[in-house]
Design a protein around this ligand. Structure first.
Ligand code: AMP
Length: 115
């Protein structure tokens, strides 16, 4: 755990954040500033700065992030209508919180290409 990392604190339960999903490897919670009717963040419990920081040792965790995103989408009834799973990485990728996370966005048509 990185004690200066807001997502580490959330994952530890320090803020009492309601989890949409939790297991031994990942937790999921509502984005503070939702960009779509459904906007959930799925993060590893382990502090990994970004996708670029992940190694072979993280293969199972990375798989878990995406599978949990799909599970939440299914639970919310948006699997058929569609959704987007996004990992913003680094400055040009628009990453603002430097703890790896997957955005699950859905519930409305999402434009492509993104801005
Ligand atoms: P990114 O720009 O890809 O790093 O995304 C970071 C996301 O974290 C943004 O969508 C923020 O709205 C969200 N966020 C930041 N702080 C919190 C928080 N305390 N609780 C929930 N979501 C947060």
């Amino acid at each position: 755990m990185d004690t200066s990392c807001i997502f580490c604190k959330i994952a530890s339960g320090a803020f009492g954040t309601a989890f949409v999903h939790e297991d031994d490897a990942v937790v999921a919670f509502e984005d503070l500033n939702p960009q779509a009717p459904h906007h959930v963040l799925i993060i590893p419990r382990e502090h990994v700065v970004s996708l670029s920081s992940a190694s072979d040792a993280h293969d199972a965790m990375l798989s878990r992030l995406l599978r949990v995103a799909a599970k939440i989408a299914s639970e919310r009834g948006i699997a058929e209508s569609g959704y987007r799973a996004v990992i913003n990485t680094g400055p040009d990728g628009g990453q603002s919180v430097f703890h790896l996370h997957v955005h699950l966005l859905g519930g409305r048509p999402l434009a492509w290409p993104p801005g």
